[in-house]
Design a protein around this ligand. Structure first.
Ligand SMILES: Cc1cc2nc3c(=O)[nH]c(=O)nc-3n(C[C@H](O)[C@H](O)[C@H](O)COP(=O)(O)OP(=O)(O)OC[C@H]3O[C@@H](n4cnc5c(N)ncnc54)[C@H](O)[C@@H]3O)c2cc1C
Length: 406
């Protein structure tokens, strides 16, 4: 049975995470927003040491279902929500296999998972990024132009990737890796696109640029150029064979099924932070929310706050359902996209409303409300925009392929 209670084992782990969020992340949030590209090493080292000690990653990608309890994903979204309540940008700097690790988990063989992910359980902090987006391709993944050509015992990669989260940390700041999506057959559309692991320090791979962004400014977002970048043959995750030219690339979908609830959880951590601060500020002005009063007797502000809380709760329950299905090893594509769409909408509207209700104070940099409004929007953008996730849900519900409904 699905349960919306926090299991005691998770609650215990959350005590540590909540303390870090409150005492370390929140006080540093403004600093790292104003010093883009400065790396929060204190936070990184703390989280890395804790992950090594407990054997549990605070980012997705290294959970080993054979070893862990049956609520690995559920635990993770609680952790991510709490860390993002502290600061979503700093949370994204957290070390671990992250999105790249999720791609390896979703598409790699048992041997590849061990070979590429073992490093995230030892030594110094490391990251793994995943690079799909290119200058001419984002939502339309069939337009990926990066090529992978076999040459003897190697793949030779050529192309450019942009907007790679933790691209710099995974490839320049650590002995990490990036999962690069490239086509082995440009005539085969999505079916020809495969994931390749490129290790930090591989000749032919250059990190060329760091983006300057509106929100989550602590998180590095990099461009990568691959020029005759040679990697071993068995760094292709899964098989090079194109089984069915009409089918899309399942590995990418499986990756996003696993990670979209994490994006939703991060969004909802920001939304909860905004509502809590808003309520504190309102209370200081003598406005308390009369929850047991009929709606028609509430003030406009009270109705707004009640609506914000209701929307937050709805999005959180959708997120828990998506990860519960994952922990049960059941398909969750619809639920995963649904919770991400809902959470992206909720965090965007809630943070905007919080700024609005506080008037000029909301707009001022004195408070974090304006920052959270900027941090919020990315959740409706990366790992599939709101529109693309709505398309995925519609296709699944109506039984259309991506060629039939686009
Ligand atoms: C901070 C940040 C971090 C990122 N991290 C990563 C990362 O780690 N790895 C990675 O590979 N990418 C990453 N991205 C890229 C992100 O995933 C893409 O920006 C996103 O997928 C949208 O692609 P696009 O920018 O090409 O926009 P487009 O696809 O051009 O979309 C522009 C607009 O058109 C809409 N649209 C597009 N197609 C349709 C359609 N068929 N129907 C209806 N509406 C449509 C979109 O929803 C959007 O509103 C990141 C982006 C940012 C900003």
């Amino acid at each position: 049975m699905i349960s919306f209670e926090i299991p005691p084992e998770i609650d215990k782990r959350l005590e540590f995470v909540r303390r870090i969020a409150r005492e370390q992340m929140r006080p540093q949030a403004r600093h790292f927003d104003e010093h883009e590209h400065e790396v929060p090493w204190d936070f990184i080292n703390l989280m890395w040491d804790a992950a090594l000690k407990t054997g549990q990653s605070f980012r997705s990608g290294t959970s080993r279902p054979d070893e862990g309890p049956s609520f690995v994903s559920t635990a993770l979204v609680h952790v991510i929500e709490s860390l993002s309540w502290g600061d979503a940008g700093i949370y994204l700097c957290g070390p671990g296999a992250g999105l790249g690790g999720a791609a390896i988990e979703a598409t790699g063989t048992k041997e590849q998972k061990e070979r590429f992910l073992a490093r995230y359980r030892e030594g110094k902090p490391k990251w793994a990024s995943m690079a799909m987006t290119e200058p001419q391709c984002g939502s339309d993944t069939a337009a990926i132009r990066t090529t992978a050509v076999r040459d003897g015992n190697e793949w030779v990669l050529n192309g450019e990737k942009i907007f790679v989260t933790s691209g710099h940390k995974s490839l320049m700041d650590s002995e990490g890796l990036s999962v690069i999506w490239a086509t082995v057959d440009p005539t085969a559309g999505r079916a020809g696109i495969k994931p390749f692991v490129v290790e930090a320090g591989t000749p032919g791979l250059t990190v060329t640029k760091l983006e300057q962004k509106m929100g989550i400014r602590a998180s590095d977002t990099a461009s990568i150029v691959l020029q005759d970048c040679r990697i071993p043959l068995d760094n292709l995750l899964g098989s090079a064979e194109i089984v069915d030219r009409t089918k899309g690339f399942k590995g990418a979908m499986a990756t996003f099924d696993a990670t979209r609830p994490s994006v939703a959880a991060s969004a909802l951590g920001i939304a909860r932070a905004s509502i809590e601060l808003l309520k504190d500020l309102l209370e200081q002005e003598g406005v308390t929310i009369r929850y047991r009063t009929p709606r028609n007797l509430l003030s406009a502000i009270e109705r707004d706050v009640v609506d914000m809380e209701g929307q937050l709760r709805a999005a959180w329950l959708l997120t828990l359902k998506a990860v519960w299905l994952m922990d049960q090893r059941r398909a969750n594509t619809i639920e995963s996209s649904t919770c991400k769409v809902k959470a992206g909408d909720v965090v965007t509207k809630v943070t905007q409303k919080a700024v609005e209700l506080m008037g000029p104070l909301g707009y001022s940099r004195k408070l974090l409300l304006e920052k959270w409004m900027r941090d919020a929007k990315i959740n409706d953008l990366f790992e599939g925009t709101g529109q693309i996730n709505r398309l995925i849900i519609a296709r699944r519900l109506l039984g259309y392929t991506s060629a039939q409904l686009k």
